[in-house]
Design a binder for this molecule. Sequence first.
Ligand code: 26V
Length: 802
Amino acid sequence: MEAALTQATITPTQLKADVLRHLTFTLGKDAANASPYDWRMALSFAVRDRIVEPWFASTRQTWAQDRKRVHYLSMEFLIGRILEDATVNLGLREVAEEVMAGFGQDFHGLVEGEPDAALGNGGLGRLAACFMESMATVGCPAYGYGIRYEHGLFKQSFQGGQQAEMPEDWLSMTNPWEFARPESAYVIPFKGEVKTEAGREVWLPSETVLASAYDTPVIGWQGKWANTLRLWAAKSTQQFDLERFNRGDYAAAAEPEALARTLSRVLYPDDTTYQGKELRLKQEFFLTSAALQDILRRFKTVHSNLLDLPKYVAIQMNDTHPAIAGPELIRLLSDENGLSFQDALETARGCLGYTNHTLLPEALERWATFTFGTTLPRHMQIVERIDSWHRSAYHPPHYIGIVKHHEVRMGELAFVMAHKVNGVSALHSDLVKKNLFPELNALHPDRICNQTNGVTPRRWLKMSNRPLSALITKTIGEGWEADLDLLRGLEPHCEKPAFLAEFDAAKRANKVALADWINTECGVTVSPDALFDVQIKRIHEYKRQLLNILQTVAHYQRIKADPSADYVPRVKIFGGKSAPGYAVAKEIIHLINDVARVINNDPEVGDRLKVIYPANYNVSMAERLIPAADLSEQISTAGKEASGTGNMKFMINGAPTIGTLDGANVEILQEVGADNFFLFGMTTAEAMKRREDPEQSRKAIEASAALPGVLQAIAEGAFSPEQPDRYHGLVHRVWHHDYFLVAADFDAYDAAQAEVDKAYADRPRWVKMAALNTARSGFFSSDRTIRSYMKDIWSIESALGV
Ligand code: 26V
């Protein structure tokens, strides 16, 4: 076997020459009048050059050894910035800092000029990005397949405390990380009709668009391996209509191109409610068909027997969004390549795996058979055939329909077409078995497995938390970046005051930097000595930002009632976007901002309590907030958060969790121990039981000492004096329609927060708790997750032999 690909080190002199060469010859700029943008581009191209060699070497090795590859199909890749991450993985960050300083440029200023690649909504998309980096790190040959959205997730601003959305425009400047591959393009068919010709079904589509590839290399830790993220852009299959243009009909001449491009124009920003929009279905098929055509083309360049496909090709469906892969692969194998239906089906199943990321019924995809059948008429037939095959092969005791009540259920389709189905945390996988697919699980008891999520320690510790990373390396040496279990070596040091003092100092340095940023960004002064309490994630009722802000109001009322008492100073930090059409979530955002305004301007409160909500939370903001957090808020209603991955990032960065027994919190608690985790609230079973009582929230409010006063103040307009009845609806819902059990968990949460205050006031105890969170976080590396997928689902060996 070939030796591991190794990264040649680069001297400052070499990098300097590379940057200047790109500035001059790629950008056509003179150093004397280059802007920060030009310098960033020149540096990015110079860094990219260093990725290309390992990228080619990895690709060549995979071909030469005829290795099996993973194909990760995802409608979302929430990548963030690339430049700094690439320099970290190449071991070039310090060199780049030095070289750019020599040009009078601040490396970090340049890095921050790069727009986030925000091609995702939240957890699911960020997980795909962590997986890409981990697959490259562990040497798993892989392609990521997605859509090159012209506009990623919208930008958020606050106007009078309310969320406003602006279009995001990451491609308005040159994207130095992608390579256009116009020669890799596929025709994607839609609509039309299916005819039977000589006993065969022939699809005659009435619309086509072209999927054109853009490749971004993804470099792993120490540049030992690189994979490809291939994103598809939609183009017209029709030629530009010169005749129309010459007749002066300019708009009509450009129309086919504009229409085709709508397919890759914008990311759907609603990850909470499935809406059944035809454009969304078309986007899903566009990604999936392009990826599968590409996979088959690559396979056929070296193999002739399509029945061998599962030996060389693993295809992972990131949720049901690409679940059309089942029928589409059957169509390509049978209609286009002559396999029998049965062989096509078995071959497809051998390749496909399906990951479920949510149990929320409103987020499960179900397409009206009308929409599905008109958009993809041939696939409608194939789905019916899969359904009847499954029924006759497995004899379900009662009817499990993929097609039921005039809808195609994408979860059932993905399940039946996959050889493995997985949930994303131990608790979630259990609920996938028991609540989501009980009948299918009974028929196929070995199909569902668990793959607890993870995050990449390169971006989420090495890159974004330099003080702590330096301390870790000083204490246990190098190597933890690619073997996070080594952090266990910190445990004995968690008994030593000298180490704890340094741990505390690292956290404080991050908090000072964040306090500075908050001051410029939000115009609020916060003390770095206060407890930084952070809840950052999409705004959703089940995530219960409302519980957090109600408890904040309770705390505020206590300070007001007894201003001379001792309080542990706290900064409550919120971050997150609401889906544009999610009215209840938007009301919660408004409330947080209203409460913040009142509290932050109350002179009697001062440093004892501040509420901060910077607009436009994204990956880059998370990289700032997480290293500076003292407390991680993971307070979803039990049974609703599939896993969470932010929770893991906080743990790695030494922030204890206040949280419920939900998602991967369960495993975090198990790893870190009950002494180092602030657990509260109902379990999944208790929550389900509690909802059976229609009076449950009223009873909880009346039993609480603090909650009635909190709700009354909000209802009376204490935080919205300009419109006193602003929150009547919101308060009414807490009293009478509290499905997410905010009231029922309120007192337990409030009590847990009091425990947090007590622990924080005891400095040695707190710092030790924080350090133990880091020391015991090794399990949550996405390298572990990827190795587990390779073994349990993909049957793939590492090309690096690790
Ligand atoms: C659903 C839909 C519905 C159709 C329109 C667009 C769209 C986009 C996304 C989604 C599903 C989002 C599901 C999701 O993000 N789940 C999160 O996955 C994380 C990674 O596994 C996990 O940590 C979070 O707990 C889970 O909420």
